[in-house]
Design a protein around this ligand. Structure first.
Ligand SMILES: [Zn+2]
Length: 473
C-alpha cells in the first residue's frame, strides 16, 4: 500500500517537474488584430492610452508601407500571404477575370468564389497543415473555402456581430481543450466612419477613442483568460485614409463614351477594360484629360507598385492624385474619405504594434513593409513559410533575442533592453528548474528512506528483540 502511494507520488512529482520546465511557451500563440482603415497617425489624434500601453510594453513600427492598390481586400490578403497583389491575385475589391470570365465584388459581397483566392495559400491553412488549429473572427477571406480548406474555427462574415462577441469567440478558441495557436480578429472601424466623415473631421476623435476602448476591452479579456503573458498580440491595419472634396472630382463621362469600355473598378484607381478595337481611342482620350489623373497602359504601370503581371489587372488603369475622386458621372456615390491611392503616400499607411513574450519591450522601429508581416507570423508560429515577397530580416529586430522558439540561427542585434528581457526570461527559467529540482530531491529522500525501511529490519525492533530476553530474565 505504501509503495503504491510512493509510485503515485513519483508520477505526480515527475509531472510537476516537467510542468516546471514547460513554463517556457513551447506552443507559441499569435493573435493578429486589424482595425480597418486605422491610419498610422490616428494614434496621436486623440489620447489612445491602450494603444500606447501596447507600445510601451511592446514594439511599434512608425511607417508601414502597404501594397498598391491601398484597398482593403488586396492588403488583407497580403498580410496573410506576404505577396504583392499581382502575385496573390486579389488585385482590388472589385475585379474581373477575363480567363475565368467571372467578377468579384466586395460591395456586393460576391467574394466567395474560391478561384479568386487560390493563387496563394494564407497562413491559417499552412498553420493547419503543420498540425495546428486556427480561429478567425470575421477576418476577410477566412469564410472562403480556399484549397478546399477553411480555418479550424471561423465566423461567417456578418458586420452586425459586435466586437465583444468576436473577442469572446477568439478567447473561447484559445482556451479550448484543443486550443488554437493562431487567432485572427477583424473590426470594420475606423474605416466605415473615415469614409463617411473624412479623416480630417473633428468627429473622427470619438471614433478613434472608441477603437482605443475596444482595444482596452480586448486586453482586459485576454488578461482575465490568463492569455496575456503567453500570447503574442499584433495590432495592425490594411490602409490609411485621406480627405476628399466634391471640388476635386474627375468625371470620366466628360472624356469617354461609356459604351466603349467597362469600368471594373472606380476610385481612386479606375480599372478600364476597353471594348474590342477601342483601346487606342480610350487611352488617347484619357492620357492628357486631367492634370490630377495619371493614366497607364498595363505594361507601363510603375515597377515599384508590383501591379502588372495578373490577368485581373485591366489593360488601362487611371490613378487619381491624393484626395481626388474618380466618377463615371456625377450620380455616383461620393465619400468624404477614401483610400486606394499610391502606397508611397503617408496618408495611406496603417499602424503596426505588437506585444508578447516574443517581442522586445518599448522598442520603436522606423519602417517595414506589410509583405514582411507574413514571414514574422510564420516565424512566431514556428511553421515553414510559403514563397513570398517579404523579408524576415526586415522585421527580426522586433523580436526579443531570448525567445525560446526562435528558429533562425542568425544572431539578433542585442541592446540593453534585450539583455534586461533576457534576464527576466532567465529568471523564470531558474525558478522553474529550481522548484522542479527541489521536488525531485524531496521525492528521492522519501523514496530511499522508505526503501531502507522496507529492506533492512527495523533497528528498534531488533533492539527490542535483543533486550526482551533480558527483561524476561
Ligand atoms: Zn479597409
Amino acid at each position: 500500500m505504501t509503495s503504491k502511494l510512493l509510485w503515485v507520488c513519483f508520477i505526480l512529482t515527475t509531472s510537476t517537474f516537467s510542468t516546471s520546465f514547460s513554463l517556457q511557451p513551447d506552443q507559441p500563440k499569435v493573435l493578429l488584430v486589424a482595425f480597418d482603415g486605422f491610419r498610422w497617425d490616428y494614434l496621436y489624434k486623440v489620447p489612445t492610452p491602450h494603444f500606447h500601453y501596447v507600445m510601451k510594453y511592446g514594439v511599434h513600427v512608425k511607417q508601414v508601407t502597404n501594397i498598391f492598390i491601398t484597398k482593403t481586400y488586396p492588403n488583407f490578403y497580403t498580410m496573410v500571404t506576404g505577396l504583392f497583389a499581382e502575385s496573390h491575385g486579389i488585385v482590388s475589391n472589385d475585379m474581373f477575370d477575363p480567363i475565368l470570365n467571372k467578377s468579384f465584388s466586395l460591395d456586393h459581397m460576391d467574394i466567395y468564389d474560391s478561384e479568386f483566392w487560390e493563387a496563394a495559400t494564407p497562413v491559417w491553412i499552412t498553420n493547419q497543415r503543420a498540425g495546428h488549429s486556427s480561429g478567425a473572427a470575421m477576418w476577410p477571406g477566412t469564410d472562403v473555402n480556399i484549397h478546399e480548406s477553411l480555418p479550424t474555427h471561423y465566423m461567417p462574415y456578418n458586420e452586425s456581430v459586435s466586437f465583444e462577441d468576436r473577442v469572446a469567440k477568439i478567447i473561447e478558441w484559445f482556451t479550448a481543450k484543443e486550443p488554437i495557436n493562431l487567432g485572427l480578429l477583424y473590426w470594420e472601424d475606423p474605416d466605415d466612419m473615415g469614409h463617411h466623415l473624412g479623416p480630417d473631421s473633428p468627429l473622427m476623435g470619438p471614433v478613434i477613442s472608441d477603437i482605443d476602448n475596444k482595444l482596452g476591452y480586448l486586453i482586459k479579456m485576454l488578461k482575465r483568460a490568463k492569455l496575456w503573458s503567453t500570447l503574442n498580440l499584433i495590432i495592425t491595419s490594411d490602409h490609411g485614409m485621406t480627405q476628399c472634396s466634391e471640388e476635386r472630382i474627375i468625371e470620366l463621362d466628360q472624356y469617354l463614351n461609356k459604351d466603349d469600355y467597362m469600368l471594373i473598378d472606380q476610385s481612386p484607381v479606375a480599372a478600364i477594360l476597353p471594348k474590342e478595337g477601342k483601346f487606342d481611342e480610350i487611352y488617347e482620350a484619357l492620357v492628357h484629360a486631367h492634370p490630377n489623373l495619371t493614366v497607364f497602359k498595363k505594361e507601363e504601370i510603375p515597377e515599384r507598385w508590383h501591379y502588372r503581371y495578373n490577368n485581373r489587372i485591366q489593360p488601362i488603369i487611371a490613378v487619381a492624385d491624393e484626395g481626388w475622386y474618380i466618377f463615371q458621372n456625377k450620380s455616383d456615390n461620393f465619400l468624404l474619405g477614401n483610400h486606394g491611392y499610391d502606397n508611397a503616400l503617408p496618408e495611406m499607411h496603417p499602424i503596426f504594434l505588437a506585444r508578447g513574450p516574443a517581442f522586445r519591450r518599448n522598442f520603436t522601429k522606423d519602417s517595414m513593409n506589410s509583405t514582411d508581416l507574413y514571414s514574422l507570423l510564420c516565424h512566431l508560429l514556428n511553421i515553414t513559410a510559403m514563397p513570398h515577397n517579404g523579408s524576415f530580416q526586415n522585421v527580426q529586430d522586433l523580436l526579443n533575442a531570448a525567445t525560446p522558439y526562435v528558429k533562425s540561427t542568425t544572431l539578433l542585434h542585442c541592446n540593453n533592453k534585450q539583455k534586461e528581457y533576457k534576464r527576466e526570461n532567465s529568471y523564470d527559467y531558474f525558478i522553474g528548474v529550481s522548484l522542479g529540482s527541489i521536488i525531485v530531491i524531496v521525492f528521492f529522500v522519501i523514496f530511499f528512506k522508505h526503501l531502507i525501511r522496507s529492506q533492512i529490519p527495523d533497528l528498534r525492533d531488533m533492539q527490542a528483540e535483543i533486550v526482551q530476553p533480558l527483561l524476561h530474565a
